[in-house]
Design a protein around this ligand. Structure first.
Ligand code: GDP
Ligand code: MG
Length: 540
């Protein structure tokens, strides 16, 4: 590295980034980088476009960024863009870049608004940019739209986490000024991974949209929610500006004027605005790379050593000697099995501290996501009361009853049990997806033997699919069994009048019995409660 200048550091890491993208995710190097996070419509795309001075990011409502975009800005004399996935082509028309991002997004995710962690790499050369690499991530969203999976919020969070968990990743937390800053999605996420605020850079957008008489001086002066690297305010183009095709140069002038003339900001106008943000990021990323380089280098060297050792093992492989060949292939397949088992069952040696293994992810599905899904189906008490009331009245018909009809109880409880089917199916889906992902992770080691790799992959994924469908049948059966006969003589039903305590405990058992998992909590199905409701309804 000796005679390289500081300004070469970012391009150097860029080429590493490209190399790693083509190797695939299996490489666990933690590159120094900047990830852009924020809620939907916080102004992330606007900030990136202002850096480039061009419109080139897809816009629209809903989740527009559905794959991470690694945006490498490189200072150059001419202006053009190129994608890692079609390197031959030089894009001089920025509208075309926009279309290519959309097309490439859909190529992997389909057009149904799903998301994928597979990044798109775009490099933009321009006389107007400073060397800078940023990763644009999907906006944090709350409500799924269209045929988006119901757990889209979770998926997006997961993807963002994968990037910002990396200790070498600076987090550009974009927060609009016209919302409650203390509740900023971006700042909350950043705080999760960087509690001391050491590697988070705050960006406050939409300062022009704040209510009259209010300003963001407190936060911009780093007093409200202090970060070591502080906050920078920007004013991007409004939707009206964009519709009116206001160009970015004019917008930058307007931004500068805004800061210079605003009474709350004019004393710090020199430390505000997009050009300043760009300069600071360039500086901080360069320093950051310089600081992390020594550790990074030793990490790289140890990986190289490990790979060399692996290559050594294959040296004896000779394609002409059938006995040797068989032995090598056999060893590879055996190792695949061991690797897979380690990833699922866990292992004590060489613990991965960067990514969660397949087993740990499945564990999380069991203990976090599944209960979450179950709680989501928990019914609204008012509705349940009404249903119970109607059921009882419909069963009595024209007569007035004296006792709670069992049929009402059964009808209501069965309806509740049925609702378990959907989350259970989804749950099986998630686990099997995780297994498939884990297989992919291990099978990459066979990539020097494409035929073996493809055959093995086919066999394993067929097996997973078969087991998955068996599992579905089993779970359906268990639920159907529960539906077929409700044993009110069971101990769980005894003492149901003794208060909520008993309800919750026995309720756990009912659900646990259905899913075979003791860890699931939450009052999802409360037959006892329902029964109590039934009684109440009669009393009234
Ligand atoms: P993203 O979803 O975070 O990428 O947000 P966008 O950059 O697409 O911005 C969402 C909307 O907010 C767009 O209509 C922008 O024009 C608008 N917007 C972003 N930043 C500002 C700002 O600083 N001021 C104003 N008035 N509007 C902004
Ligand atoms: Mg965007």
């Amino acid at each position: 590295m000796g005679n390289r200048g500081m300004e070469d550091l970012i391009p150097l890491v860029n080429s590493l980034q490209d190399a790693l993208s083509s190797v695939g995710q299996s490489c666990s190097l933690q590159l120094p980088q900047i990830a852009v996070v924020g809620g939907q419509s916080a102004g992330k795309s606007s900030v990136l476009e202002s850096f480039v001075g061009r419109d080139f990011l897809p816009r629209g409502s809903g989740i527009v960024t559905r794959r991470p975009l690694i945006l490498q800005l490189l200072s150059a004399n001419t202006e053009y863009g190129e994608f890692l996935h079609c390197k031959e082509k030089k894009f001089t028309d920025f509208e075309e870049i926009c279309k290519e991002i959309e097309a490439e997004t859909c190529r992997v995710t389909g057009s149904n608004k799903g998301i994928s962690p597979l990044p798109i790499s775009l490099r933009i050369y321009s006389p107007h940019v400073l060397n800078l690499t940023l990763i644009d991530l999907p906006g944090i969203t709350k409500v799924p739209i269209g045929d988006q999976p119901a757990d889209i919020e979770y998926q997006i969070r997961d993807m963002i986490m994968q990037y910002i968990c990396n200790e070498n990743c600076l987090v550009l937390a974009v927060t609009p000024a016209n919302t409650d800053l203390a509740n900023s999605d971006a700042l909350k996420l950043a705080k999760d991974v960087d509690p001391q605020g050491q590697r988070t850079i705050g960006v406050i957008t939409k300062l022009d949209l704040m209510d009259g008489g209010t300003d963001a001086r407190d936060i911009l002066e780093n007093r409200l929610l202090p970060l070591r690297r502080g906050y920078i305010g920007v004013v991007n183009r409004s939707q009206k500006d964009i519709d009116g095709r206001k160009d970015i140069k004019a917008a930058l002038l307007a931004e500068r004027k805004f800061f210079l003339s605003h009474p709350a900001y004019k004393h710090m106008a020199e430390r505000m605005g997009t050009p300043y943000l760009q300069r600071i990021l360039n500086q901080q990323l360069t320093n950051h790379i310089r600081d992390t380089l020594p550790t990074f280098r030793s990490h790289l060297q140890s990986q190289l050593l490990a790979l060399k050792k692996e290559a050594e093992e294959y040296k004896n492989y000779s394609p002409d000697d059938p006995a040797r060949r068989t032995k090598t292939l056999l060893q590879l397949v055996q190792r695949l099995a061991v690797d897979f088992e380690k990833l699922i069952e866990g292992s004590g040696d060489k613990v991965d501290t960067v990514n969660l293994s397949g087993g740990a992810r499945i564990n999380r599905i069991f203990h976090e996501r599944f209960p979450y899904e179950l709680v989501k189906i928990e019914s609204n008490e008012g509705n349940l009361r009404r249903e119970i009331n109607y059921a009882i009245r419909n069963i009595h018909g024209v007569r007035t009853g004296l006792f709670t009809p069992d049929m009402a109880f059964e009808a209501i409880v069965k309806k509740q049990i049925l609702r378990l089917k959907e989350p259970c199916m989804k749950f099986i889906d998630m686990v099997s997806q995780e297994l498939v992902t884990t297989v992919y992770q291990c099978i990459n080691k066979l990539s020097s033997f494409p035929t073996l790799r493809n055959e093995t992959e086919k066999i394993i994924s067929t097996e997973i699919r078969e087991q998955e469908s068996k599992c579905r049948e089993q779970v359906m059966l268990i639920i159907d069994i529960q539906l077929a006969y409700i044993n009110t003589k069971h101990e769980d039903f005894i003492g149901f009048t003794n208060g909520q305590q008993t309800f919750n405990q026995s309720n756990k058992k009912v659900v646990a019995g259905m899913t075979g998992n003791q860890g699931i909590l939450g009052p999802i199905m409360q037959p006892e409660l329902i029964l109590a409701f039934c009684r109440n309804a009669v009393m009234q």
